[in-house]
Ligand binder design. Structure first.
Ligand code: ATP
Ligand code: MN
Ligand code: MN
Length: 303
């Protein structure tokens, strides 16, 4: 069940009930962000992240010794997992290894306690695994690509999505690029959504072969932007809006308004330390209309 965003920003975060062991453990040593600092961050922004992490299968990047240590990308439950985390079975795989889901702030804080530094949800809810409610176009600049070229790619994707009757929302990845996300009405299955996303990426590469590439080949990416449509397959994930990244700088994948897209805001501009301040200063979440804008894929293919 999705929680609506608070009408007023005075809504206080719920009180924390999860016990943290080693609250002073440094997860981002260079930035001074501890396990407790991460728990405080998620408690403050819970209302904003909830719709993107609640009630979905989650892949998690766990870093028990912080971002400098070993990293484990996990799609399934582990031994001794917290009771605040829900185990869910993929209906397509009865008796398979259970997936991980959360439904409230305690669940999110249990992830923090388990050293989860990145949250990567599916684009479909656990109530309907086969009908994605979001499409993610992941913009991946190759070497030697300028930031304005990345912004141009995002705006072109926005235009193409809108031309096919979808709404487009943009967020920084917290890494090197941008993600353009379209809310979907859950009328289409993964195959249809993937075909549509691939069509969009292929059309961009065909129209501007010097700027865009829609095939994975790393070698050919130099100087070009890879339009990564592959987040849109059953079982694929993309980092959640408002999730932290396990990279130096403690950046957060941050929803922004299209008007904010500029050279002032790079892909890792907003961080664990600055994002709560940003949200306090905004009158509304930049993605507050996200779910209301959900639409089905049109009959026409993307172009
Ligand atoms: P950037 O802007 O730096 O590209 P990104 O989050 O978009 O950041 P990508 O490398 O483009 O990173 O996307 C990788 C995606 O693949 C992640 O979002 C994640 O959901 C998924 N993924 C699959 N396997 C892994 C893995 N072993 N480690 C990290 N991510 C993985
Ligand atoms: Mn990317
Ligand atoms: Mn990618």
């Amino acid at each position: 069940v999705r929680e609506t965003l608070p009408a007023s920003k005075e809504a206080k975060p719920p009180r924390r009930t999860i016990k943290l062991t080693h609250p002073d453990r440094l997860y981002w040593p260079d930035d001074g962000v501890t396990k407790e600092g991460l728990a405080d961050y998620y408690s403050q922004i819970w209302q904003h992240i909830a719709p993107y992490v609640s009630g979905r299968p989650l892949a998690l990047l766990r870093c028990p010794n912080g971002i400098g240590g070993e990293k484990f990308f996990q799609k399934h439950a582990w031994k001794g997992i917290s009771s605040h985390i829900t185990l869910v079975n993929d209906p397509a795989e009865p008796g398979g290894n259970p997936f991980i889901a959360i439904s409230n702030l305690d669940g999110l804080l249990a992830l923090v306690q388990s050293a989860v530094l990145e949250i990567h949800p599916w684009g479909a809810p656990i109530t309907d695994w086969d009908h994605p409610d979001m499409l993610t176009m992941d913009i991946d600049p190759g070497d030697n690509v300028s930031w304005p070229a990345v912004m141009d790619a995002a705006k072109e994707i926005q235009q193409r999505l809108e031309a096919s009757g979808l709404s487009a929302f943009v967020k920084t990845s917290g890494g090197k690029g941008l993600h353009v996300v379209a809310p979907l009405a859950k009328k289409n299955d993964w195959q249809e959504v993937k075909t549509f996303a691939k069509g969009l990426a292929d059309a961009m590469a065909a129209d501007s072969p010097d700027r865009y590439i829609s095939t994975i080949s790393k070698a050919k990416r130099r100087g070009k932007v890879f339009i990564d449509y592959l987040r849109n397959q059953r079982g694929s994930t993309a980092v959640a809006a408002y999730s932290t990244r396990a990279r130096p700088g403690a950046a957060v994948s941050t929803p922004i308004n299209w008007e904010e897209l500029s050279s002032d805001i790079g892909p890792d501009y907003f961080t664990v330390l600055t994002l709560p301040v940003r949200l306090d200063g905004l009158t509304a979440d930049p993605w507050q209309d996200f779910w209301a804008a959900a639409a089905p894929l049109g009959k026409r293919k993307a172009r």
